[in-house]
Write a protein that binds this ligand. Structure first.
Ligand code: G3H
Ligand code: 13P
Ligand code: ZN
Length: 321
């Protein structure tokens, strides 16, 4: 099995009412945890690489590790650039072996976004690589994205047909209330359920429905879709960490979106959280350990279980190879 593009994956996901998980990768343990889970669940998968990941691990190491994961699992895997900032970064990933790229022109004007997205699409398609564009601005702060909540904006459905037809993108990321990172909402934006757990405002399914109506059969992408499982937040906090009021998107809402036009759901923070929680726990329980393999193995196992759960219970992509 060689790397695959997202084309066929998305066509099948759209028809089947499920979504493909796009998980961010930064090192060997993360790649192994994700792909072992996908293998156990017989699920197609997207491994995505941010600018920060390329800086941390180096492009070549990530490409070779993903090649190794394909040889090891024989799974259909797409290797995707997450939040490509400009043409040069996208070109470097297209030339450097990726099968899919995102050009994130969402911070630009509508016309400028179309212009740079179109340029990437022309180059990518000439090399058989698929392209994701973005309309609307998600809030959140990460290495590559830094949008304050007051600067975020929902996707305007009336713009999507023109954007897709003028750019030729293969999929479109939209903003319907998700956001990047582990602190997606302030407690004052939320209500509390009977157990005292913070419940965020619901996603804007009305916008998703309108986009779906205007772009029938076209794959939609949701970024910022970690759910920030509270059991892991509690482990982090119990073993010396400090993550007060971390809050994510309820998994039931993502499951609903996956049944609709959403074919790709991006998850990074939940993997970071699960891995860090179990490494903290390991080091607290075994203070004498100093071999990284001992605690990294626990981090990798946690990550594998989180990805299995996402595939089975949130994305619905088990057995869809
Ligand atoms: O959307 C951003 C991803 O979570 C990647 O984060 O830029 O810190 O690698 P990063
Ligand atoms: P989270 O921070 O919610 O995991 O989102 C990740 C993402 O959108 C990567 O592009
Ligand atoms: Zn993102």
């Amino acid at each position: 099995m060689a790397l695959v593009t997202t084309k066929e994956m998305f066509a099948k996901a759209y028809k089947g009412g499920y979504a493909i998980g796009a998980f961010n990768v930064n090192n060997m343990e993360i790649i192994q945890g994700i792909t072992e889970a996908a293998k156990e669940e017989s699920s197609p998968i997207i491994l995505q690489v941010s600018a920060g990941a390329r800086k941390y691990a180096k492009h070549i190491y990530l490409v070779k590790l993903v090649e190794a994961a394909i040889a090891d699992t024989d799974l259909p895997i797409a290797l995707h650039l997450d939040h490509g900032e400009n043409f040069e970064v996208c070109k470097s990933c297209i030339d450097g072996g990726f099968s899919s790229v995102m050009i994130d022109g969402s911070k630009h004007s509508f016309e400028e976004n179309i212009k740079i997205t179109r340029e990437v699409v022309e180059y990518a398609h000439s090399k058989g690589v698929t392209v994701e564009g973005e309309l609307g601005k998600l809030a959140g702060i990460e290495d590559a994205v830094n949008v304050r909540p007051e600067d975020s904006s929902y996707t305007r459905p009336e713009e999507v047909e023109e954007f897709v037809s003028r750019t030729g993108v293969d999929s479109l990321a939209i903003a319907i209330g998700t956001s990047h990172g582990a602190y997606k909402f302030k407690p004052e934006q939320c209500t509390r359920n009977e157990k005292g757990v913070l419940v965020p405002p619901p996603l804007r399914f009305d916008i998703l429905k309108e986009v779906e109506k205007r772009l029938p059969g076209f794959p939609i992408v949701l970024h910022g879709s970690s759910s920030v499982p509270q059991e892991y937040v509690e482990i982090v906090n119990k073993f010396g960490g400090k993550m007060p009021d971390a809050i994510g998107i309820p998994e039931e809402e993502l499951r609903e979106a996956a049944k609709m036009a959403v074919c790709k759901i991006n998850i990074d923070s939940d993997l970071r959280l699960g891995m860090t929680a179990m490494i903290r726990k390991h080091l607290a329980e075994y203070p004498e350990h100093f071999d990284p393999r001992q605690y990294l193995a626990d981090g990798r196992s946690a990550l594998r279980e989180i990805v299995r759960h996402k595939i089975r219970d949130v994305l619905g992509s088990s057995g869809k190879i």
